[in-house]
Design a protein around this ligand. Structure first.
Ligand SMILES: [Zn+2]
Length: 107
């Protein structure tokens, strides 16, 4: 996809770029992209994550940062970067750990 480095992006200097999205209307777009309208190509893009849910702990925060803790199947309560991601279906079938609440995160 798109640009991978300095020279790739350099070739679009001065071009008209736009952030666009793809998918069904009325839903979160399946994909958002930065496109060069002059060249008609995608510079870079991101797909909507299939597993947009995490479990956030309502009781404890991280001792160091004071940030909320998130559920990790590996580590227990952990920082967001280590949190286990869940799909919409898992959200409906997985039992929440005590003190946990579902949270939808953005891709
Ligand atoms: Zn261009």
């Amino acid at each position: 996809m798109g640009v991978t480095g300095y020279n790739d992006l350099r070739s679009h200097i001065g071009h008209k770029v736009a952030v666009v999205c793809y998918g069904k209307e009325g839903q979160d777009p399946a994909n958002v992209a930065v496109e060069c309208e002059d060249c008609g190509c995608v510079l870079f893009d991101f797909d909507r994550p299939d597993k947009p849910y995490v479990i956030v702990g309502l009781r404890d925060t991280d001792d160091w940062t004071g940030e909320p803790l998130y559920w990790s199947n590996e580590h227990g309560w952990a920082l967001l970067k280590n949190a286990t991601r869940f799909s919409d279906e898992e959200r409906r079938t997985v039992n929440l750990p005590v003190g946990g609440k579902w949270k939808k995160i953005k891709g």
